[in-house]
Design a protein around this ligand. Structure first.
Ligand SMILES: Nc1ncnc2c1ncn2[C@@H]1O[C@H](COP(=O)(O)OP(=O)(O)OP(=O)(O)O)[C@@H](O)[C@H]1O
Ligand SMILES: [Mg+2]
Length: 264
């Protein structure tokens, strides 16, 4: 799964994601106060092929936990995660490190850029960690930044960029190795609504033009509107999913709320 960058078979294959009986509990406290908090209690779903998909659900329903497990940032308690036919839940720590750096992209609500580095250096960071061939990577990073409308901002440090620009740099960094899959946890959460809309449009374009599978957690119906399908979590389980075709933002919000409403 970890062949040389830019020449990988992975990107030629349609992206796929398969999740089975996923369970995750967190243990809190110590001694007699020790107790476990179930975050995921058996999540199953499949996504076949490129596209832009949303995960919605109430606060605490398990959205971030799900994304962290899919991205190999945390270990499952039970269940299976298959990305492009590879079992992420069975990877060793060193396989996970490469998986995170090369095979997928990850974007968070906070942009996580290094403040002492320029936009271009931030985008190139994964290849610097990897000793990847620099000229090809540099050309790719420049191309990504230009494609995201940041051609004139490449030498700016993060504090000289707007929130929307910083998030686009973070997405360019996540796309450096052309991963077929991008995970994003509330990527528009720190942006105003105009920048949020633009970012969602960018992710949609990325999914369609680069044939990537983009899975994004969001609370906002107006952001999820850019996706073709919405998965709704409720109390650590998949409550259901629906396609967004023909729905306006109000209708989408209602569908998500109805599915995500905790049982009385
Ligand atoms: N590191 C942790 N330690 C203990 N409990 C945790 C931890 N991370 C998450 N939880 C618990 O697991 C449950 C799911 O949390 P998670 O962060 O996945 O929710 P979420 O759907 O992303 O919520 P939000 O919309 O507020 O971001 C919550 O009850 C939360 O308190
Ligand atoms: Mg969350």
């Amino acid at each position: 799964m970890h062949a040389a960058p830019l020449e990988r078979d992975l990107t030629l294959r349609a992206p796929s994601l398969r999740v089975r009986h996923l369970h995750k509990c967190f243990t809190l406290g110590t001694g007699s106060a020790k107790h476990s908090v179930p975050a995921l209690r058996g999540v199953d779903f499949d996504i076949e092929g490129a596209g832009f998909f949303a995960v919605m659900g109430a606060s605490g329903s398990g959205k971030s936990t799900l994304l962290h497990l899919l991205a190999g940032l945390d270990r499952v308690d039970a269940g299976e995660i298959e990305v492009q036919g590879s079992r992420v839940d069975q990877m060793t720590e060193s396989e996970l490190t490469l998986y995170r750096r090369r095979d997928i992209g990850i974007v968070f609500q906070q942009f996580n850029l290094l403040s002492a580095m320029t936009a271009l250096e931030n985008v190139l960071l994964p290849s610097a960690l990897d000793n990847a061939p620099q000229p090809a990577m540099r050309a790719r990073a420049v191309g990504l930044l230009e494609g995201f409308g940041l051609g004139a901002r490449m030498q700016h440090r993060p504090d000289a960029l707007s929130g929307g620009e910083q998030q686009r740099v973070a997405i360019a960094r996540a796309m450096l190795f052309s991963p077929p899959i991008l995970f994003a946890d509330e990527p528009t959460g720190s942006l105003d609504s105009e920048h949020g809309q633009r970012l969602a449009q960018l992710l949609r374009t990325l999914a369609h033009e680069q044939r990537a599978l983009v899975l994004m957690v969001t609370h906002e119906a107006s952001i999820a509107m850019h996706c073709e399908k919405v998965f709704v979590l409720r109390d650590g389980r998949l409550a259901g999913s629906f396609t967004t075709e023909g729905l306006d933002a109000g209708e989408l919000a209602l569908r998500a709320q109805e599915l995500g409403r905790p049982a009385q």
